[in-house]
Write a protein that binds this ligand. Structure first.
Ligand SMILES: [Zn+2]
Length: 66
């Protein structure tokens, strides 16, 4: 299981990035909200959609994950 986070602030076009806990690009502290641990990034994205309208996978840590 991997722990996922979502950015509270959006980057471009109102999109909130979803990261893993080991992401080199993970913002610190208050900037992120923990989603929980999931066996796939798709589950984490689904969870993130409850709080944010538009979510995307981080290209550094989630791009290669299923
Ligand atoms: Zn990331």
């Amino acid at each position: 299981m991997v722990i996922y986070y979502v950015n509270r602030s959006s980057r471009s076009e109102g999109q909130h990035e979803v990261h893993t806990s080991s992401c080199p690009d993970l913002p610190e502290g208050e900037e992120t909200e923990i989603l929980g641990s999931y066996s796939s990034v798709q589950e984490a994205l689904k969870e993130a959609l409850y709080g944010y309208e538009r979510v995307v996978k981080c290209k550094w840590c989630c791009e290669d994950l299923a």
